[in-house]
Ligand binder design. Structure first.
Ligand SMILES: *[C@@H]1O[C@H](CO)[C@@H](O)[C@H](O)[C@H]1NC(C)=O
Ligand SMILES: *[C@@H]1O[C@H](CO)[C@@H](O)[C@H](O)[C@H]1NC(C)=O
Ligand SMILES: *[C@@H]1O[C@H](CO)[C@@H](O)[C@H](O)[C@H]1NC(C)=O
Length: 302
């Protein structure tokens, strides 16, 4: 770490812990506990890592909200954010604090509720008027999942090798029920009970990226490439469904940090893709349950 990076890490840590001392606790570890986690959450939230809107992925147990633009964009309103520093760099500094010896995995979920979903009671959303959009979102979901999945596999990765860990996709109970009811599901197998009773109502996409202590600049480039490339996620981010028709309004990008080794192997590396079908339900739905129920690492927790 350069001294300016060390200073940023220190500032981030001091803020996250709501510590008023001017001494930088280098070699920090061990203390923290529940109070530290609560303080870190409060500080992160006040710094702009906001709680999500009601009904979106909750940010308890170490979850935090990433503003639009994603983790390769410059961060704001956080110590060390000078207009050029990205969230990737901030997370890399947090890794030095919470998991200096082991790879850290950033695990995010992007929710993609259909237009108006947040004001519609669970189970009541009517996809019929936006049938064509739902089909388009289904197709985009498979394409994005397939692409990120390839990057998560050492045998098929191109630019994301070692950095991309996992891709997850689930369409949620309501959209799956709708697509099945009109015979428009891309996979017949998913028209079954576990798929009609997912944690999530509407589409959700998961991604896991690996921080290994030396790949910070590589990660920034990989995530930027994923977001801007026509062969990556750009066609989805820039799609009419997202840009004009209100898909994703009220949705969120929410993440947690884990030691990679603490994530079950099911959610590391490629799952044969597509199809999504597994007899016990969407893999991403099981991943969401694990994510929701497991404490993520935050500064001050060690
Ligand atoms: C951000 O980067 C640009 C281009 O490298 C540079 O001109 C500018 O001074 C940087 N801003 C800060 C605050 O470091
Ligand atoms: C760290 O990750 C990068 C990919 O982002 C990889 O190229 C590099 O070999 C990894 N380093 C170690 C020590 O595993
Ligand atoms: C459902 O869709 C498939 C594929 O498009 C088609 O082969 C099948 O005949 C359809 N079934 C019904 C009942 O419409």
């Amino acid at each position: 770490m350069t001294s300016s990076h060390r200073l940023m890490a220190c500032l981030a840590l001091v803020l996250a812990l709501a510590v008023t001392t001017t001494a930088c606790p280098l070699g920090f570890g061990g203390s923290g506990g529940t109070g530290g986690v609560a303080a870190a959450r409060r500080a992160l939230r006040e710094a702009g890592w906001k709680e999500t809107a009601a009904g979106e992925v909750p940010t308890d147990l170490g979850g935090f909200f990433i503003p639009s633009g994603g983790i390769s964009a410059p961060c704001q309103n956080f110590p060390g954010c000078d207009g050029n520093t990205t969230w990737v760099e901030i997370i890399a500094q947090i890794k030095e604090q919470v998991s200096p010896d082991d790879d850290l995995c950033y695990w995010s979920w992007q929710t993609l509720p259909p237009p108006g979903a947040t004001i519609t009671a669970p189970g009541q959303y009517n996809y019929a008027p936006i049938h064509d959009q739902a089909i388009a979102v289904q197709e985009m979901g498979y394409t994005a999942y397939d692409r990120l999945n390839k990057e998560a596999d050492p045998d098929t990765c191109t630019y994301g090798c070692g950095a991309a860990v996992w891709a997850g996709l689930a369409f949620g109970s309501e959209m799956t029920r709708y697509l099945c009811s009109v015979n428009a599901s891309a996979e017949a197998g998913v028209c079954s009970e576990p798929y009609y009773n997912q944690v999530w109502r509407s589409p959700v996409a998961g991604a896991i990226w690996r921080f290994n202590g030396t790949n910070t600049q590589n990660l920034i480039e990989v995530v930027k490439e994923w977001r801007r490339s026509e062969q990556g996620h750009a066609p989805m981010i820039n799609s009419p469904q997202i840009q004009q028709q209100g898909w994703g309004d009220g949705g969120s990008l929410t993440a947690k940090l884990f030691k990679c080794d603490d994530i079950p192997e099911l959610y590391r590396g490629q799952f044969p893709a597509p199809p999504l079908f597994r007899p016990d339900g969407p893999l991403a739905d099981a991943g969401m349950k694990f994510w929701l129920g497991t404490q993520g690492l935050l500064p001050g927790q060690a």
